[in-house]
Design a protein around this ligand. Structure first.
Ligand SMILES: [Fe+2]
Ligand SMILES: [Fe+2]
Length: 227
């Protein structure tokens, strides 16, 4: 069962824990002129997510769905959402756009390149191209510029139902990163891009929101994966 929490003005975390895989699945609903969802969730999460969204807005008015890469928790329910909200359009990187059209899932998407900014009203989503997909193809993560929130998808994620503390939190975050991205060159690109950002909050696809020690966590990933 998903819960909803407003983690910043107009930014709602939708989340539930899956005990079989030991991680939470997070999506984010952004209330703005163009209501936007970050990650579609799995198809079987849609009813629950819609209940959470309808508490603060009208889910049928959804305009954008950021799909960071071609994996079921990030974009599996795109078609279902497009059935609920006729104007809903995925924001995707180049690889994901090819998968969506190649599988016949949808040809209605907004394809973005590195550095492109999509304004959804007061909020502005800047796309960063980083390794992510099957075969380590590039996907995207997005940085919301007005509030400094990095929607980092599988990166900066952690295991568990309860938030860990101290070293255990750092270790969980580093371990999840290593599982997600076992490529040194792609990690170099990732670290370079996130180090330059004025991040005030990290909103990951799994685990807990991060508002403190952000530079230390970036350093911990760099040390473990680039040393
Ligand atoms: Fe993923
Ligand atoms: Fe994920």
């Amino acid at each position: 069962m998903h819960s909803r929490e407003e983690i910043a003005p107009g930014v709602h975390l939708l989340s539930s824990f899956n005990p079989q895989v030991g991680i939470t699945f997070n999506q984010y609903f952004l209330v703005d002129e163009q209501p936007t969802l970050v990650s579609s969730g799995y198809i079987d999460m849609v009813d629950d997510m819609r209940r959470c969204i309808d508490e603060v807005a009208d889910a049928t008015k959804l305009r954008y769905i950021v799909a960071p890469h071609f994996e079921a928790d990030e974009c599996g329910a795109l078609r279902t959402w497009q059935g609920i909200a006729a104007a809903a359009e995925p924001i995707v990187g180049a690889v994901c756009s090819r998968q969506l059209s190649g599988f016949g899932l949808t040809t209605k998407f907004k394809q973005v390149n590195d550095g492109d900014v999509v304004s959804i009203g007061a909020m502005r989503l800047r796309a960063l191209t980083v390794g992510a997909e099957m075969h380590l193809w590039d996907g995207i993560i997005v940085f919301e510029e007005s509030q400094g929130i990095l929607f980092s998808s599988d990166f900066f994620s952690q295991f568990g139902e309860q938030r860990l503390e101290g070293e255990a939190f750092t270790n969980s975050l580093v371990k999840m990163y290593q599982m997600t991205m076992p490529s040194r060159p792609k990690t170099e690109v990732f670290i370079d891009k996130v180090r330059d950002l004025p991040i005030r909050m990290i909103a990951p696809g799994h685990g807990f929101v991060i508002t403190e020690n952000i530079n230390a966590y970036i350093d911990a990933i760099a040390q473990a994966c680039l040393a």
